[in-house]
Write a protein that binds this ligand. Sequence first.
Ligand code: KG4
Ligand code: ZN
Length: 408
Amino acid sequence: MFMTDALRRSLRCALSCPARSLAGLAGRWLVLGVETSCDDTGAAVVDEEGTVLGESLHSQKDVHLKTGGIIPVVAQKLHQENIARVVQDALDRSGVVPGDLSAVATTVKPGLALSLRVGLEYSLSFVHKHKKSFIPVHHMEAHALTVRMIQPVPFPFLVLLVSGGHGLLAMARGVDDFLLLGRALDEAPGDTLDKVARRLSLQSQPEWAVCSGGQALECAARAGDRSRFCFTLPMAQRYDCHLSFAGLRNQVTRAIEMKEEEEGVRPGEVLSCAGDIAAATQHAVAAHLANRTHRAILFSKTSGLLPQNGATLVVSGGVASNQYIRHTLKMVTDATGLQLICPPPELCTDNGVMIAWNGIERLREEKGVLTHGQHVVYEPKAPFGTDITQQVKEAAIKLPQLKLDTRP
Ligand code: KG4
Ligand code: ZN
């Protein structure tokens, strides 16, 4: 189901090898990927077999954590300060010189305008200098296809992307062919988990101080009893595949406020029932994702978008590391006969590797490869695939009962 140990080892080895002889690389496609759409400056060199020859990533998360969110001009400045070094590190680690590259692939949409601009301007001057082809990449398409770098998942497959910035359900039909079945209408699931974790002051506990909010919440939930709080699932009466978490977060916040008053807890202190609230929140998020995914599977099968047998659900994004959520989704795929695949966490998050891999996929199919001198712009807002969410809504598929309360 998940990546085999052998694959994981070979990926780790490729990620950690500082340099590789170029002798064996002659004639192979090599793509430099550049990612700056949000708060990570990433670069990587990947070959056509999906081997990561060299990678470098500079995360701005610590800086943005202090200001309580991403300030675009700060993100831009940090990208500007780091991009040349990050790209050079990736090249040095790969042992590849610019002349050996087949192309440069760079995220140009969607994302923060000022951040996208840094990556695009740097990449365009790089391809101009070294006379390389340029491949503009859609960030979400790259996320959706990353799994194919480690496993030959054939098209079509269903994909659920869940992270701090994304929430969507889509059908991947080809390298540049996606159908959007549902998207996050208010906030992304990781954002919700981060905010609840912060509200519960979980990261004030030394053991969770360095965890992301989602990780801290998952750990706290292990010791909790989710049945002590019952949160209504979002949009239970809307028979589509959209995601919504803001209403759930309001419910959780109200429950926390009530308990804080009851327990006389001051800000920064942790409630005695924090684990129970974490468990109930995690369950509600998992159940909501499972329900929407279940409907997406049934819709895709009945409309002939997915084969009746042997279909795959790929779950990616930071939230996909959550074992409880994975386990809940596995119950859905088991009940519907799908295979569940989650790429390893290091490939679920933003990085240059997934962008480089998208470049390889596009080179192979000769799709969206620009020759030297073609005009390119960045697009902060960009649609993802063909939007068929209205069709999904009109199908109004009611879900058969599926018990989703077993612990992993
Ligand atoms: O994909 P990602 O690294 O970055 C972007 O959002 O672009 O995802 C980060 C998100 C954060 O919201 C974090 O809290 C969440 O993924 N996350 C988790 C877990 N690990 C990370 N959420 C739930 N359970 C986890 N174990
Ligand atoms: Zn992303």
